[in-house]
Design a protein around this ligand. Sequence first.
Ligand code: MG
Ligand code: MG
Length: 254
Amino acid sequence: MIHLKTLEEIEILRENAILVSKTLAEVGKLVAPGVTTKALDKRAEEFIRDNGAVPGFLGYGGFPATLCISVNDVVVHGFPSDYELKEGDIVSVDCGTIYKGFYGDSAYTFPVGEVDKETAYLLKTTKEALALGAKQAIDGNRIGDIGHAVQSYCENRGFSVVRELVGHGIGRDMHEDPFVPNYGKAGSGKRLKEGMVICIEPMINAGKKEVYEQENGWGIATSDGKKSAHFEWTVAVKKGAPDILTTFDYIDNI
Ligand code: MG
Ligand code: MG
């Protein structure tokens, strides 16, 4: 069941979205060789609580941390740990908040120091694919228009789209209907309506699309061991143009 949001609810979702956006930038300031992923998680939790909100992922389905931190071949849902980031790594940071009874959700994949050319291209492509997908989030379009935009852009550049995990609606629950796949046919699927708020989150692999679940029962990693990138925005569907509630501007200004 899809919950359409009122304008007031969208403004609360925007407050959450801005807070997760700022939190990702706080984390981004710390990303460097030698830093543990646990240290990133600690900073995020402090920042979220200092701003009067609660981490959205901590305890969600038993998840043990504030951030999902997924390094290199880990696609999503990695645990923060004592692992020290190394020059050339990429680190996906996925952040959630709860504030005034609603959720925020956004993700960004940071390069650690200098990354190789193909990896930089993967990050750039995934981020651009997110923007292209979000552009389709307008009243009257269909869910498949979003997936098609993401998939065609990434596959044309030689990358592959993870099928097992998808974007989602967001509101009083972190994961609401509808599912928002990063693949699909233009003009197919549920019709998008003003008042829907969705998370679009391409998970794009440098190599093959296949993934597996790691032994901790959470982490999802690429089967071929190649790197994977993940970017996510929360977007309110509007007439004419999407209202993108999250922003990477804080990260761009680090
Ligand atoms: Mg997320
Ligand atoms: Mg999400």
